[in-house]
Design a protein around this ligand. Structure first.
Ligand SMILES: [Zn+2]
Length: 181
């Protein structure tokens, strides 16, 4: 933020009275520009014993694999957002079953809410955001070409839980040192 979003005055960088962190503060109108973590919503989508993955068409991590996920929009529920991302990125209609994983990523100031769900029918395909969309058996998952450590971690616990046929909601801190993804 360089200019106040309210009145376009150049902003200062200081700790507001009563706060404990520096913020961009407008010296003209007093508006404080808070920046807080963003929410990513997505889904581990199953069809029988396979899982749907998308190969990213866009940066970051173009060419690498992930589950359908993206920034939550205003005025939607988290589950609606996960289904919307699945439709946008994989051209697939998913029946959301339950919240499966909450992942906290302090290095990028993001929180992931990943649901689990089932394809309503085995129909899916690429999109402007995905070069390829495919179903994978567990032994076919491209672990070394996953886009994000967070999604890799969630998928690993998903297969562990599937082996036990129990899917409690999992919480993972993803703390990366020296790596961005
Ligand atoms: Zn202002």
């Amino acid at each position: 933020v360089k200019y106040c979003l309210q009145c376009a005055t150049p902003v200062d960088w200081l700790v507001p009275a009563g706060d404990h962190l520096p913020r961009h503060v407008c010296p003209g109108c007093g508006y404080i520009h808070y920046v807080n973590p963003r929410m990513i919503v997505g889904c581990i989508v199953a069809w029988q014993d396979q899982v749907l993955l998308c190969r990213r068409a866009i940066d970051p991590r173009a060419g690498f694999w992930t589950v359908p996920a993206g920034f939550m929009e205003n005025n939607e529920t988290a589950a609606q957002g996960a289904a919307r991302e699945t439709l946008e990125e994989a051209n697939a209609h998913v029946e959301i079953e339950s919240l499966y994983a909450v992942l906290s990523l302090p290095h990028v100031s993001q929180v992931y809410l990943l649901f689990k769900g089932q394809l309503r029918e085995p129909i899916f395909g690429p999109s402007p955001e995905s070069l390829e969309v495919k179903l994978f058996h567990q032994h076919q998952i491209p672990w070394d070409n996953m886009a994000f450590a967070s999604v890799r971690r969630a998928l690993q616990s998903y297969f562990d839980d599937r082996a036990r046929d129990q899917f409690p909601t999992r919480y993972h801190d993803i703390v990366l040192t020296g790596e961005r993804f």
